[in-house]
Structures are given as C-alpha cells and as structure tokens.
Design a binder for this molecule. Structure first.
Ligand code: 8GT
Ligand code: MG
Length: 134
C-alpha cells in the first residue's frame, strides 16, 4: 500500500465562506473542486509545504501561526491511500488569485455539496459546517 501525504487548507473569509479551486482537467481527478494544497516535497514539514503551495497556487503569503488543524481525510484510492490533514486559515497577505489557471470560488460550507469534489473530501464538509455554520 502506498501512503500519500497531502496537506490542504480551508481559507475562510469574513463572510465564513471557504475557498475552493477547480483541478485542471489534465490532472488526476481533473475538473473536481478541491481545497488548495498539495504534496510534500522531500524534507518539508507539512506546514511549510502548505505555505509553499499557497504561494505557488494562489499568490498569498501565510504565516505558520495562522494555520490551525481542523480535521483530516483518510481515503483509499485505487492506486494509493490518501492521508490529508485539513488546516483552517483566516488570515493571509494578498488576494488569492489563480496562478495555475484553476477556477476559484468562495462558497458557504453547505454549498460545498453543489460542487463535485474528490471522494476523500466529502467527509470533511460536516466539520466545516460545524465550525462555520451552514
Ligand atoms: N490539494 C488537494 N488535493 C486533494 C484534495 N482531495 C484529494 O483527494 N486530493 C488529492 O491529493 C493529491 C494531491 O494533489 P495535487 O495535484 O494538488 O498535488 P500538488 O499540488 O503537489 O501538484 P502536482 O502533483 O501537480 O505537483 C491528488 O491526488 C489529489 O487528487 C484536496 O481537497 N486538495
Ligand atoms: Mg495542488
């Protein structure tokens, strides 16, 4: 079994909306909506990797102290088992912008169900509704 560690974050705005990004169609699970984040590079700590991904994908700067653990996904894909800590972050510098051609959307937690997400992500939605309201 191959275990893949991916770090992801729910960025939350002043209206308690969460940012999701649409995966480019040419990638695995293309077209699905996901939380910003990605794989760790060798030697990286999870928080470091997330800060790097947020810079690369969205052009925002996040301080490590502004990342709080919320929950995690554990899901068996056919080719690997995904373990994905989901952080929450309410404070960053800059305005999130699409750096990799991905569509971006701010959505209320309940509305996440209207956007097709990877199967690993579905169990994360109730934790966001509990924290932020519907
Ligand atoms: N970022 C992110 N990845 C997710 C989520 N849910 C989920 O199953 N994944 C899976 O986790 C893996 C991480 O993917 P990624 O493509 O974002 O990794 P990355 O940013 O390092 O990109 P790269 O592979 O192009 O370098 C993918 O297999 C992806 O399908 C999610 O909500 N956010
Ligand atoms: Mg990514």
């Amino acid at each position: 079994m191959h275990l893949l560690l991916v770090v992801a974050v729910a960025l939350v705005d002043a209206d308690s909306r969460v940012l999701i990004a649409q995966r480019p169609v040419h990638k695995a699970l293309g077209g699905l909506w996901e939380f910003p984040g990605g794989k760790l590079e060798s030697g990286e700590r999870p928080e470091q990797a997330l800060i790097r991904e947020l810079d690369e994908e969205l052009g925002i700067a996040v301080q490590e102290a502004c990342l709080a653990p919320l929950t995690f996904a554990s899901y068996g894909y056919p080719d690997m088992h995904l373990l994905m800590p989901l952080y929450i972050c309410r404070r960053w510098e800059g305005q999130p912008q699409s750096r990799e051609g991905q569509a971006l959307k701010w959505v209320r937690p309940r509305a996440l169900r209207d956007y097709p997400m990877p199967p690993a992500d579905e169990p994360l939605i109730p934790a966001l509704i509990d924290l932020l309201g519907p």
